[in-house]
Design a protein. Structure first.
Length: 365
């Protein structure tokens, strides 16, 4: 009997459905080639769900995802739904509740720039001439985003607002384990980013990361303060392998890394929850960018971020490593062969300008 898996497909809004079509064609191809089966069901989310049901995250979508091994997510949002109350807006009413509901505490964002695409990066090309390939592991459900107390009040007639940066040992330990495990599958170099010279939560962070490191003696661990990390990423981007950091620092550094890579349309992400006994995670996988309403409906969006998100899903949630490697290699080959959607095209000689579907064709080929 062939291996069988189950996923939910939440395409969402804007370019979401357009790039999802290409990812699903790739999924069909790797299933046939690598001999496994994925049962997939498509469900409403975001603005599309608001239009159909009045709510951005219908219970049916959550129920179906609970029965699945993973969620392949497109993107949500757009001008049409921007002025709705926060809790029924596409992003705040669907994306954040999904992360919370499934306890997706580990956000993995690879920043990758292939040697043939370094011209798309704003950093000096000599710094990334051999390519840029860094994995950022960001803690996603703790820290200052969720810490209590939080809020706003008045003191002596003056408005005061506060947030609390708080981490429990268990929260740091589990994200550190994800990062060390990821490093083991890569170049075995991990940089932990904190602000241990100032913040108590960072002192604990560093202590716990050092403790977890004992279980991963092969991984070379180093520490950077976040301000220095922001500098070093620009100064010597080629020297990083895996970064692990808390929620707020990771939000900022992962955007910096996206910029070094050049195009949002190339970058996938994984948000991982519980790790099962077999070493796989429940996870939600989506492009790093949004629904790109400015180009939606024109068939020109870059499908690569969605396709690489599928590869991460196959790797981390289904354990189909061969298929994941094949997709990564096919994307690299399409780029090296010169295929370019508008976001990564420069008009240079040898480039083949393509739309969404033709990029999908090139990768499938
Ligand atoms: P965006 O990421 O959608 O677009 C930023 C720029 O990047 C645009 O010029 C867009 O055309 C381009 N871009 C993004 N993905 C691309 C692709 N695959 N191929 C080619 N070009 C691409 O961010 P923006 O404009 O800030 O937000 C648009 C909408 O998306 C908003 O409603 C926002 O709330 C939502 N959004 C949703 C996210 C999600 O679903 N996870 C994340 C970020 C934004
Ligand atoms: Mg951000």
């Amino acid at each position: 009997m062939s291996r069988s898996h189950r996923i939910t497909v939440l395409a969402g809004d804007g370019i979401g459905p357009e790039v999802m079509i290409e990812a699903l064609r790739v999924l069909d191809a790797v299933q046939a080639k690598f001999g496994f089966q994925v049962t997939r069901t498509e469900h409403l989310v975001g603005g599309a769900a608001i239009d159909a049901t009045g709510h951005p995250l219908p219970p049916e979508t959550v129920d179906a995802s609970e029965k699945a091994d993973a969620i392949l997510f497109g993107s949500v949002g757009g001008p049409k739904w921007e002025n709705l109350p926060p809790d029924i807006q596409p992003e705040r009413g669907a994306l954040l509740p999904l992360r919370k509901h499934f306890g997706l505490f580990a956000n993995l964002r690879p920043g990758v720039c292939l040697p043939s695409l370094t011209h798309a990066s704003p950093v000096k090309n000599e710094l990334i001439k051999d390519g840029f390939d860094v994995l950022c592991v960001r803690e996603l459900t703790g820290g200052v985003y969720f810490g209590k107390p939080k809020g706003r009040h008045e003191e002596n007639g003056e408005p005061v607002a506060l947030d609390t940066m708080i981490y429990r040992k268990s929260e740091i330990e589990r994200i550190a384990r994800v990062a060390f495990t990821a490093a083991m599958g890569r170049d075995k170099r991990l940089v932990s980013v904190d602000k241990a010279n100032v913040l108590a939560s960072s002192v604990l962070w560093r202590e716990v990361v050092i403790e977890v490191a004992k279980d991963f003696p092969e991984v070379q661990l180093s520490h950077l303060y976040v301000d220095n990390a922001a500098m070093q990423l620009i100064r010597r981007p080629g020297e990083f392998d895996v970064l692990v950091t808390e929620n707020l620092f990771g939000d900022i550094l992962s955007d910096e890394m996206a910029m070094i890579s050049g195009s949002l349309g190339m970058l996938p992400s994984a948000s991982l929850g519980q790790r099962h006994e077999n070493g796989l995670y429940f996870g939600m996988y989506e492009p790093s960018g949004g629904s790109a309403p400015d180009i939606a409906g024109r068939g020109i969006a870059n499908p690569i971020a969605q396709i690489l998100s599928l590869a991460m899903l196959l790797r981390f949630s289904l354990g189909e490593t061969g298929a994941a490697d094949a997709i990564d290699a096919a994307v690299a080959k399409a780029i090296n062969d010169g295929y370019r959607t508008g976001d990564i095209a420069t008009g240079a000689e040898g480039e083949i300008r393509v739309g969404t579907a033709a990029m999908g064709d090139a990768i499938l080929a």
